[in-house]
Design a binder for this molecule. Structure first.
Ligand code: ADP
Ligand code: ZN
Length: 297
């Protein structure tokens, strides 16, 4: 029996089939467009490729916010999102209508956390995964499992202290909170503040000092909240060279030596790191939640 995995993103859906040994057999990339057409392509891919090895369960890691409560009728339904065509779309039922097997739904960051946790091995008991891209999302994996919460946390929307280097006029880009962390530090916030997209800002631009300051505040808050063995920073904005060193330095300063296990600055080099799976964390994590479902039956 195969396990189907879907990484549902705002720009693309990655669909893949994994065999019993956890090896990826085949994958496809489908552009995210109109929901009914996109989901039809997803269903067609799985139907056409599962004739020899039928699918036993499905894992979906999706952009959010999304209903992740397995006990709720609306489990798998996309909630309020800027991608308005997708509001109210239920990814779980869209797949179950054709595959008729159990489907597990989680956020994209949570499944990425799970996959990074698997890759890190048992020495890493607690792992926090942060993505800094179109939004800021946080996923948490403890001992290779996600926290059993009915609703996923939205830690990207906590409010940082405004940086002294900040332009006073910038109100923040979050439609709900203005200057929450996502509102001052995600990709769209950088574009709104500087009038150009993050990847075109040169490394010596003052934007990156400000960015490191805000992300370090987020990192320090997450360190204080969970004292994780590992804190992975991924997403498009983290592609910027040199950000890791700046964030570690500033987070270390903000923590003030209070957390004993990271009172030595050098330790942060091993804790605050880029994703080890690169772009594959999402699809691998979707497979892992599908597999958990299969094993729990
Ligand atoms: P998403 O969050 O939509 O899944 P990404 O994680 O790729 O996608 O994030 C997209 C954001 O990352 C955009 O706002 C873009 O400006 C920014 N970005 C992409 N590449 C880079 C880069 N090399 N340096 C800095 N910012 C980048
Ligand atoms: Zn917000």
């Amino acid at each position: 029996m195969a396990i189907a995995a879907i990484e549902a993103g705002g720009t693309k859906f990655i669909c893949a089939l994994f065999d019993e040994g956890g090896r990826e057999q085949i994958r496809v990339r489908i552009e995210t467009g109109d929901p009914s057409r996109t989901l039809e392509e997803v269903r067609t891919f799985f139907l056409e490729n599962s004739t020899h090895d039928p699918v036993s369960s499905v894992g979906i890691g999706s952009f959010g916010p999304i209903n992740v409560d397995p006990d709720s009728e609306d489990y798998g339904r996309i909630l309020q999102t800027p991608k308005t065509a997708w509001i109210g779309v239920n990814l779980r039922t869209a797949i179950q209508s054709v595959l008729a097997v159990p489907v597990s739904v989680e956020t994209d960051v949570n499944v990425a956390a799970l996959a990074e946790s698997e890759a890190a091995g048992e020495a890493v008991q607690s792992l926090v995964y942060v993505t800094v891209g179109t939004g800021i999302g946080v996923g948490i994996a403890i001992e290779g499992r996600l926290l059993p919460l009915r609703r996923h946390p939205e830690i990207g929307h906590i409010r940082p202290r405004r940086s002294p280097g900040e332009q006073a006029a910038f109100a923040g880009a979050c439609p709900y909170h203005g200057d929450c962390l996502e509102g001052v530090a995600a990709g769209p916030a950088m574009r709104a503040r500087w009038g150009q997209s993050a990847e075109t800002l040169p490394p010596d631009h003052e934007a990156w000092d400000l960015e490191a300051d805000y992300l370090a505040q987020g990192v320090a808050t997450l360190m204080l909240s969970f004292s994780p063995d590992r804190l992975v920073l991924g997403g498009g904005v983290m592609e910027q060279q040199g950000m890791f060193e700046r964030i570690r330095d500033e987070a270390h300063r903000l923590l003030g030596g209070y957390l004993e296990y990271v009172s030595d600055r050098a330790v942060l080099d091993r804790i605050v790191v880029p994703p080890s799976l690169g772009g594959d964390a999402g699809i691998r994590g979707a497979y892992l939640i599908g597999r958990q479902l299969d094993r729990s039956r």
